[in-house]
Structures are given as C-alpha cells and as structure tokens.
Design a binder for this molecule. Structure first.
Ligand code: NAD
Ligand code: TYD
Length: 338
C-alpha cells in the first residue's frame, strides 16, 4: 500500500507514522508536513534517516504543490492529520485555521480524486459536536455544533469530505476522536503543559473552575483505531473514537494526578481566567466503531498518564528546546494577565 500521512511530524501524525511502520512494515509511507511551530522532524527522524519513510516539506494549502506531489507519487491511501489544532490559538486568530483546515483539506480531496486515491481517512475531532452537559455522549448522529474557530474549521472540513463522497464517490472515512495524550505532544496542550511546568516548578494555569471534563485516549489507541478503519471501515461513514467512562475526568483531577505522580505540591495549580466559550464536557459513544471493527480503548488513563510522564522525563531536551524558542513568546502573550 502506497500511503500518504499529512501532518506526520506533529503529535498524532508522528505516532501514527511509527505505528504504521511497526504494524504494516511493507507499506510505503510518505509524510507531508509544512513544519509549522507544531511540526518537529525529530519526531520521525529515526525512520526518515534510515530511508524507511519519505518526508516531503509541503504546505497543504498550496494547491499546485499538492497536485504535483499526488501526480508524481500516485498515493493509494491518505491519512489526513495536518491541521492547526490548538483551540486557544484559534481564539487569537482564525485565519490560519481556515487556510490549513478548510482549504488544505479541499486541495487534498481534489488531488485524491484526480489520481484515484482508494481511501481518504479524514482525522477529525469530537469538538465538531460542540459541548455536552453533565450527562449524555456524542453519537455520529449528533448534529455538528462547533464552538471554537478551531472546531468550526474542522466541522467545515468534515462537510467537504462528505460532499466529495456524495458528489464524486470518493471513498472517505471521517474519524472523530476525543482528547489524545502521549509522547511527542506539543507542550501548549493541557497534559504536556502541566507535566513540563510541574517539572520546572512553574504554576499550572487551570482555566475557569477547573471542572471542565475531557475524555482522554492514549495516542496509540487512536492509531490502532485508524489502522482498523482504514482496512475494514465502511466508505462514507463517520466513526467516533474515544476513551471509556473511567477516562472522563475533570481537568482539576488530571492536574492533581500530575502533581502527585511528580511528587510536586498541588499548590502549583492556579485557577486562571477561563477560555472564551470553553466547552464544558466532551464524551463520545464509540459503540459504532466497536461493532464495525471490534475496537475499544486498551490503555487505562492511570497507566497512560504514567507512561506519558515518564516520556517527558526521559525526553526533557525535546520539550525544553520547544519551550525556550518562539513558544515562550506565545506563552507570555497568552497567559500574562490571566
Ligand atoms: P499537531 O498540532 O501536533 O500537529 C499538526 C501537524 O500538522 C504539525 O506537524 C504541523 O506542522 C502540520 N501542519 C499544520 N499546518 C500545515 C499545513 N498548512 N500544511 C502541512 N502541514 C501542516 O496536531 P495533533 O494534535 O497531532 O492533531 C492531528 C490531527 O488530529 C488534527 O487534524 C486534529 O484536528 C486531530 N485531532 C487531534 C486530537 C488531539 O487531542 N490532539 C483529538 C482528535 C483529533
Ligand atoms: P486542550 O489540551 O487545549 O484541548 P481541548 O481544548 O482541545 O480539549 O485543553 C484540554 C482542557 O484543559 C480544556 O478543558 C482546557 C484546559 N486547559 C487549561 O485548563 N489550562 C491550559 O493552560 C490549557 C492549555 C488547557
């Protein structure tokens, strides 16, 4: 199988590159990534340097480059993960989100149609469904009702994918996963930010009352679901992917678990001004993917969190380099005065 992974130098993308290389060693894997602030070639350099994965630096919003690449390489399957992915940044400015997430997706769909891609895996998010109250879960039939500009751009890309399936018969699958965590996650996101700040004895900025709830999935469980769906999922369908009931946890409890695992005082946790329009709770019903391909989460949150903390301890230079670069300016701008 000749496979393209977009966004393969980012968090989930780089985990997927390693996962597919391990589980489908005969697949020919090409990674396309623009190496934005969130992309880091180091995440996949062991495979690229060994000639096992091909890396192409390319911005998916550049239609000409995308078409030229597809014409040259004639991919059979696309795993589309490239995106602007951080809600807070989309609140500061939405234009990059529309450019990459909407226009970039359209370019990939056009190019996939042009060369006859056999399956287009569109990696989306449960955030397209909006916010839940204290009870209930998102199903695939829940109407799209995004809150943040990030979620709105992902919902737009989902609709484009559906339209290419209905109009042109392109073989597509949309996946909507809950919050991921694990190695290589950029330290602007909640769990790696709190782990790395705690390791540096810095305060942990918890938004609002700290009682927003997320459903957490260890990243390799997500990769497992994507591989199963790429081979056995039904064309034209959307599938929710997510943690089980035990992985639905208020942010404050996750923050306390991080402090406790690192033997740091929970006094490091500081309530700060809430995110605008902060979705209260996410949780998905994943019975559809379970019935279709037998998938379910395999890593309990407690284990996954300890594994993740261990990775950030063993790879301190990876995140220290990021946190001392341009990211420091973002951090100052975003958190000062909160
Ligand atoms: P990430 O921000 O860590 O990585 C995104 C990657 O896309 C980076 O390597 C970046 O360089 C690349 N990229 C950005 N703009 C690009 C462009 N114009 N052209 C080419 N490459 C570009 O994101 P992530 O957390 O790994 O998320 C990957 C995908 O999974 C996204 O589509 C996201 O919406 C989705 N998702 C993420 C989560 C989560 O919890 N992180 C949950 C569900 C779905
Ligand atoms: P995040 O990792 O940004 O993922 P998402 O917003 O896509 O769910 O945030 C996860 C949760 O953590 C969310 O409820 C917001 C909260 N949060 C904080 O409390 N403080 C922070 O500094 C960040 C980045 C997030």
């Amino acid at each position: 199988m000749n496979v393209l992974i977009t966004g393969g130098a980012g968090f989930i993308g780089s985990n997927l590159v390693h996962y597919l290389h391990d589980h489908r060693p005969d697949w020919k894997i090409t990674v396309v990534d623009a190496l934005t602030y969130a992309g880091n070639l180091h995440n996949i350099s062991s495979l690229v340097d060994a000639g096992k994965v091909t890396f192409v630096k390319c911005d998916i919003s550049d239609a000409e480059s995308v078409h030229a690449l597809f014409e040259k390489d004639q991919f059979e399957m696309v795993f589309h993960l490239a995106a602007e992915s951080h809600v807070d940044r989309s609140i500061h400015s939405a234009s990059e989100f529309v450019r990459t997430n909407v226009l970039g997706t359209q370019n990939l769909l056009d190019a996939s149609l042009a060369v006859g891609v056999k399956r287009f895996m569109h990696i989306s998010t449960d955030e397209v469904y909006g916010s839940l109250g204290a009870t209930g879960k998102f199903t695939e039939l829940t109407p799209l009702d995004p809150t943040s500009p990030y979620a709105a751009s992902k919902a737009s890309s989902d609709l484009l994918v559906e339209a290419f399936h209905k109009t042109h018969g392109l073989d597509t699958i949309i996946t909507r996963c809950t919050n991921n965590y694990g190695p290589y996650q950029f330290p602007e996101k909640f769990i790696p930010l709190f782990i790395s700040n705690a390791m540096e004895d810095k305060s942990l900025p918890l938004y609002g009352d700290g009682m927003n709830v997320r459903s957490w999935l260890y990243v390799t469980d997500h990769c497992d679901a994507l591989l199963l769906l790429s081979e056995q999922g039904e064309s034209g369908q959307a599938y929710n992917i997510g943690g089980d009931d035990d992985a639905e946890i208020p942010n404050k409890v996750v923050a306390e678990a991080i402090c406790s695992a690192l033997d740091k005082p929970s006094a490091l946790i500081q309530l700060v001004t809430d995110r605008l329009a902060h979705d209260r709770r996410y949780a998905v019903d994943f019975s559809k993917i379970h019935q279709a391909v037998g998938w379910e989460p395999s890593v309990p949150f407690e284990d996954g969190l300890l594994r993740t903390i261990a990775w950030y301890q063993e790879n301190r230079s990876w995140w220290e380099e990021i946190k001392s670069g341009d990211y420091r300016d973002y951090y100052e701008r975003h958190y000062s005065g909160r």
